[in-house]
Design a protein around this ligand. Structure first.
Ligand SMILES: Nc1nc2c(c(=O)[nH]1)N[C@H]1C(S)=C(S)[C@@H](COP(=O)(O)OP(=O)(O)OC[C@H]3O[C@@H](n4cnc5c(N)ncnc54)[C@H](O)[C@@H]3O)O[C@H]1N2
Ligand code: MOO
Length: 341
């Protein structure tokens, strides 16, 4: 690469994009990398403040910013990710499908520890729709030492994939709704419709909902019945806190549930229980999941549907970012809720 005065650049090849910004009107590429400068371009280039231009000169030890960005993206992207073409040296990584975004944050830090390399992402462990930009990368200079990009590729290989989208499984989900007031018909069930909407929104379906009284045996029996009918996940609703009639956790245990956590550092949803019966997850949902738009359920369910076995440490990590701001209207997922880990 060398620098030439713009008056002498006619017929020469531009080695980077040139950006035009007019506040409120334009921010975009005025000249593309590889463009052969024409006589009539010179006036415009001068208006963009370019009295001198870089023209291309590479060797085996240096990489152009576009090439470098493509290679960083290639080093980081796992399944379910597509790369855009470079624009002004930046390459974006987009979700190829709807699913759970996973970022290896340790590897992300290592990659950004390589001098002059930039790879920025949105938060890990969130549900993203196809087409969503989940990361973008570039290098700081116009040309970069090729060894730096080789280092990034080495980190990428050792930690592959740094970024991926895991598809969600389609499960038949059994719902056990506890509460004497609902079981005896004193009040209508309001939890079932909420779960129906949330479950179908995640691409799964409700196998069946069983209403039960606040009795340990009845709760355990309903859980076993639904597993016998082929449920791949069980959700119980209500009866999770401190009243004498709150016996749902005991019902989950009586059904054979191995408890991962009872209590999560997430509000709303602190009285949440996660247990497994064999490999079938059982989610004990407190009453707040029926009331609040976004709760612990929305943080945990996509991870389980993506095939992850959620452990105690995963739940503990939710504490940072686990306090919902209860905004009106709710802006989730465009907020800090659940984004700490
Ligand atoms: N002293 C304390 N009080 C509360 C605590 C606590 O730790 N100490 N925890 C609070 C938290 S957090 C939550 S969340 C709520 C409710 O938790 P539960 O899961 O035990 O909810 P329930 O007691 O079963 O019901 C509460 C409320 O919701 C109505 N409900 C429940 N299920 C249905 C349904 N299927 N359809 C319609 N309505 C339903 C129920 O009638 C009650 O009005 O506890 C806090 N309190
Ligand atoms: O924590 Mo309750 O389970 O927040 O509303």
């Amino acid at each position: 690469m060398k620098v030439v005065p713009v008056y002498e650049a006619e017929g020469m090849v531009l080695c980077h994009d040139i950006t035009e910004i007019v506040p409120g009107k334009v921010k975009g590429r005025a000249f593309k990398k590889g463009h052969i400068v024409r006589r009539e371009d010179i006036a415009k280039l001068l208006n963009l403040g370019k009295e001198h231009l870089y023209v291309w000169e590479v060797n085996e030890n240096t990489l152009h910013e576009n090439e470098a960005a493509l290679r960083i993206a290639g080093a980081a992207a796992g399944s379910g990710i597509i790369r855009t073409e470079p624009s002004e040296g930046k390459v974006e990584l987009k979700a190829e499908r709807t699913g759970l975004l996973k970022i290896n944050t340790g590897a992300l830090e290592k990659i950004n520890g390589v001098n002059e390399v930039v790879l920025a992402t949105i938060h890990s462990n969130q549900l993203v729709n196809a087409g969503r930009v989940v990361a973008a990368c570039r290098v700081v200079p116009l040309v970069i030492d090729a060894d730096r990009i080789r280092s990034v590729e080495k980190i990428g290989r050792a930690n592959f994939p740094v970024i991926e989208i895991k598809p969600l499984k389609t499960l038949k989900i059994g719902v056990v709704t506890t509460g004497s007031e609902v079981y005896h018909g004193r009040i209508p069930d309001r939890f079932g419709p909420v779960m129906q909407e949330k479950i179908t929104g995640l691409g799964s379906r409700v196998l069946r909902q069983i209403l039960v009284d606040d009795q340990v045996d009845m709760i355990a029996g309903a859980i076993r019945t639904l597993i016998g009918e082929g449920a791949g996940m069980i959700i119980t609703t209500g009866g999770m806190s401190v009243d004498p009639d709150d016996v749902t956790p005991a019902g989950i245990r009586a059904a054979g549930g191995h408890v991962v956590v009872y209590g999560a550092p997430v509000l709303p949803g602190s009285m949440f229980m996660l247990a497994y019966i064999g490999d079938i997850p059982v989610l004990g949902l407190p009453g707040c999941v029926m009331y609040h738009k976004t709760t612990v359920f929305d943080l945990i369910a996509p991870r389980i549907l993506a095939g992850e076995e959620v452990g105690r440490q995963d739940i503990i990590r939710l504490a940072h970012g686990g306090l919902c701001g209860v905004c009106d209207p709710c802006r989730y997922p465009n907020c800090s809720f659940g984004k700490g880990s």
